[in-house]
Write a protein that binds this ligand. Structure first.
Ligand SMILES: Nc1ncnc2c1ncn2[C@@H]1O[C@H](COP(=O)(O)OP(=O)(O)O)[C@@H](O)[C@H]1O
Ligand SMILES: [Mg+2]
Length: 103
């Protein structure tokens, strides 16, 4: 696909020693709506966190592979995150905890 909005290549993500994403390759076209479906715990939130780099707020997480957004390699061409809070990751929680951002 030429000029996708998001291009993911050979993505592996680990929390500590546990690998939770295995060799993801995915291109999301521009001007489209894309859904990620799957059972609880299959890695949907981890994939989104990896795309937007909020996973960097989790020191136990490790990312291998490439994520491009609008042609920019977000882990190599953008500066490292310098601030942020690990208490809110911007995604719905799998467990029912109080969060004003849950949907
Ligand atoms: N910080 C963490 N440390 C260890 N394992 C984690 C952590 N966060 C998520 N996981 C595990 O990673 C897997 C994927 O979780 P997640 O991305 O939240 O899935 P989903 O959003 O599809 O429910 C699950 O097995 C979950 O238990
Ligand atoms: Mg989730």
């Amino acid at each position: 696909m030429e000029n996708p909005a998001v291009r993911i290549q050979n993505l592996n993500v680990y929390y500590g020693n546990e690998q939770v994403l295995f060799n993801i390759n995915l291109s999301v076209p521009r001007n489209s709506v894309y859904a990620i479906l799957g059972p609880s715990g299959c890695g949907k939130s981890t994939l989104l966190r990896t795309i937007n780099r909020l996973i960097e707020l989790r020191p136990e997480a490790r990312v291998e592979g490439k994520v491009e957004i609008m042609g920019i390699d977000v882990y190599r061409e953008l500066p490292p995150r310098t601030s942020g809070t690990a208490s809110w990751d911007g995604f719905p929680n799998a467990k029912p905890v109080a969060s004003p951002f849950d949907i």
